[in-house]
Every structure is written in C-alpha cells, then in structure tokens.
Design a protein around this ligand. Structure first.
Ligand code: TRP
Length: 453
C-alpha cells in the first residue's frame, strides 16, 4: 500500500469539515442526556474526575490511534483492519475488531434512536407550550405519560431512524457539513444560557458542588467502569466511527491537534450540560439518580418558568435532535461503508438494510420503558442491558484492541509518519499512553469489576 492511497469514498473538503463532522459525532445525547444522568446515579464529583482522567489518558490517545488507522487505509473499519494487519505482517483475525465495531454500532443506534425520538417529541411539546408554568411534578407526569406509550415512542423512533437514513443515503460529507456548521455554535450558546438560568436558582452552588467536589466513598467499581465506558461513548470511540471519519481525512491534516480540539469541545459541552442541570435538580427537589429521564424532567421546568422559555425550549430540543442526528449517522456509517465497498450494494440498499435492522432492534428499548419494564436479564431491562453491553464492554474492548494494534502491531515508522507530531516528546507520550497506560487501565478496570482486584 502506498501513502498516497485515495479514499474510495470521497474526502472531507477541508480540515474544518472533518473537525465539524467528528465533533458532530462526538457531541450528542452522550453529553447532554447521558452524562448528567450517569453522573447523578454515581454520586457526582468522584465519578466526574474518573471520567475526565479517562478522556485524557485513554480517550485522547485512542482517538488519535483510531483516526490514524482510518486515514492510513482509507477504507471501512473491517477492510481497514484486514489491510493494516496485512501491511504489518500480523494475524488476519484482527478484522474481527471491525466486525465487533459494526455490531456495536447497530446496538448503540437501536437505543440511541429511541432516546433521540424522545428529544424530537419534546420539540413538539415545547412548541405547543406544554411546559408553560409547570412545576416539577407536572413535568414529571408529562414524561411518565409519554414513555408509558409504546405507540408514541415507536412513532418518534421511526421518524428519527428515517431522518438518519435520509442523511446517510446522501453520504456523510454533503448535507451534514452544513447542518453541523450552524448547529455546534448555537448549541453552545444555548447551553451557556441554561447555565445562566441555573445561576438564578438558589441551588446553583449545590449543583456545582455535586459535580465537582469528589466523594470517593460514593463511587463503586461499576461506577468506575461506567465512567471509563462513557469516555469511549462520548468520544465515539472503539467501534470504527472515528476510523471511518478518519478515512475521509486529507493527508496534510495534523491528527493530534485536531483530536485535542474535538475532545476538548466534547468535554466542555458535557460539563456545561451538568452545570445547567444539577442546580435545577436540587432546586426542584428531584433525585439526581432519576435515571434516563433526568434531562426531560429538569430542563422543561426551566423552560416553563423563565422569560423567553417557549422560544429557548423549542430551540434547545431542536438543537438536541440535530446533535443526535450528527452522532447517529456516524454509528451506522461503518456498516453502510462496508456494504457499499465490499458487498456491492448501492448506498440506498445499504441504508435500507442497516436502517431496518436498527429500527427493529429499537423495539427492545421502547418496550423496556413500558410493557416489558419488568422483564429483566441479569437484573437489567433490555435498554439497560444494551447500554451496559455496548458502552461498558464492547467499546472499551474495541478501544483496547485499537490501542494494542496501533501501539504494538503497526510499524513505528508508519505510526510516526501518519501522526506527524510536532516533536519527538509528544510522539513518545502518545506511544507510552497507547502501549501501556490505556490498555492497562482498561484491563485493570475490568479486573476490578469482576472482583479480581
Ligand atoms: N458520541 C456520541 C454521543 O456522545 C454517540 C456516538 C456517536 C457514539 N458515534 C458513536 C458512541 C460511536 C460510540 C461509538 O452522543
């Protein structure tokens, strides 16, 4: 393979386009919906610190590795692993990593789309003024009522999946670039506005303290695993999404600088969401551990009671849906790229196949919140099981393998050339993190959870 290999599936128009798309993939429900509720469930500050450490020491080096693998091979994740293993003279079995990624993408999107459906439904609720003047219990009733209806959830899930497929059919680097360009800054401004609102509640200090004052006695082994898994989830790592996006990346772009920018933005968005939400949680006497409904039970209280709340409420949920869309397309793109490049399908066929499978899988999550809420496997509903399996197991395992592959299997001259770091020290730092720190950390956390440590 030569270094000038062109991507078969086009290229981003610029470094900025890649940054937008990768940030679009990273920033999503993970930051605004998931981060606050898992932080609430795991006791706050200590969990946040572990999450931040994982982003820095595991997420960022692996994100660089994953981008690099994609850019070097310029193919979908499955073919990438075949080509690069071949180039390094390594075992063929590495391509199973690509397969696991494709599977993880389907599983994640199946529940991601259901939650994104909730956000879409909330656009309509905001539009029709449902939150106006409502207190915490009225807002909770709206939420409970909504998720109790499988038909409603199915409708919004179907709509969101359809929207995802329509974008993916056109190719990720056309329509999407434009949407994300306007979306990201607006979402940012809105979150700052929500933080400003949170400051007006009496519980601002309590919320901030909950987020940033660590109490390690509240953190369990599973909490540590959740924090680590979330570092992968929020950065879209471990399943080939960033690899596919990297495969569209022009050669002259600095991977390290770009990755720092994306990971930094992603982290700031999550922390802003936390600072906006927890003061409202405490001011309204809600439970931080309320679970997946947390943002839907808190933010509408703010929209229902602040000046201009109607406008900001509509805008906020619209932004959230867009943020979810720019993430969902990256969850399905590895599968679609593989079907198109290797199975001779047209983009339309590939989208219909993968979209239908995901849509069907989504039913499990929909029913987890109503008719099957008592149906548990390993003490978890289907939704909880899917979330645990993907975020806490598959993504860290995928990330572990990517780190080992980039750190140990690939030739140093290749990684050095691809990463093209500003100096030797930064390359060595990356190498130490990828070879030792990240794989060891994942391994130790797993040992800890199964009780060996
Ligand atoms: N990172 C996205 C979020 O925070 C979700 C996501 C998109 C994702 N692509 C991914 C998660 C790939 C894991 C793997 O909402």
């Amino acid at each position: 393979m030569t270094d000038t290999k062109k991507s078969q599936h086009g290229e981003w128009s610029s470094r900025f386009a890649f940054i937008l798309a990768a940030t679009g993939s990273a920033v999503g429900l993970g930051n605004i919906w998931k981060f606050p509720y898992i932080t609430g469930e795991n006791g706050g500050g200590a969990f946040v610190i572990i999450y931040l450490l994982c982003v820095l020491l595991i997420g960022i080096p692996i994100m660089m590795a994953e981008t690099m693998l994609g850019r070097r091979s310029r193919q979908n994740p499955i073919s990438t692993m075949i080509t690069l293993a071949d180039e390094a003279g390594a075992d063929k079995n590495w391509h199973y990593l690509g397969w696991m990624g494709v599977a993880a993408g389907f599983l994640i999107l199946s529940y991601y789309s259901v939650i994104a459906g909730w956000a879409s439904a909330y656009v309509l609720k905001a539009l029709t003024g449902s939150f106006f003047g409502a207190d915490a219990s009225a807002i909770k009733a709206i939420f409970d009522d909504f998720v109790a209806s499988p038909v409603k959830l199915l409708f919004w899930h179907s709509l969101f999946m359809l929207a995802t497929m329509l974008i993916v059919v056109r190719g990720v680097n056309t329509g999407l670039e434009k949407a994300v360009r306007f979306l990201m800054p607006s979402l940012f401004v809105l979150l700052i506005l929500m933080v400003a609102y949170a400051m007006t509640t009496d519980s601002y200090d309590q919320g901030v303290k909950f987020l940033f004052t660590p109490d390690f006695s509240k953190l369990t082994g599973n909490g540590v695993l959740t924090a680590m898994g979330h570092a992968f989830f929020t950065l879209s790592l471990g399943m080939g999404a960033i690899m596919v996006y990297g495969s569209y990346l022009p050669k002259d772009v600095s991977i390290s600088k770009t990755v720092f920018l994306i990971a930094g933005t992603d982290t700031v968005v999550a922390l802003l969401a936390g600072v906006a939400i927890f003061p409202i949680v405490f001011a309204s006497g809600l439970e931080p551990a309320a679970g997946p409904g947390l943002i839907f039970q808190t933010l509408p209280i703010a929209f229902g009671n602040m000046t201009g709340g109607w406008f900001f409420g509509v805008l906020f949920f619209v932004m959230l849906v867009f943020a979810a869309l720019s993430s969902s397309i990256s969850l399905i793109e590895p599968a679609v790229a593989w079907l198109v490049e290797n199975k001779d399908m047209s983009r339309e066929q590939a989208c219909i196949w993968s979209g239908s499978i995901t849509w069907l899988l989504g039913l499990g999550t929909i029913f987890s919140f109503n008719v099957w809420s008592e149906f548990k496997i390993f003490d978890r509903t289907i939704f909880q099981l899917l979330d645990y399996l993907t975020a806490n197991l598959m993504l860290p395992i995928g990330g572990f393998c990517i780190a080992v592959f980039a750190g140990w299997i690939m030739k140093q001259q290749h990684t050095e050339h691809e990463l093209d770091m500003p100096n030797a020290l930064s390359y060595q730092t990356w190498q130490i993190l990828t070879r030792y720190v990240a794989p060891a950390a994942v391994f130790l956390v797993f040992l800890h959870v199964v009780g060996v440590l």
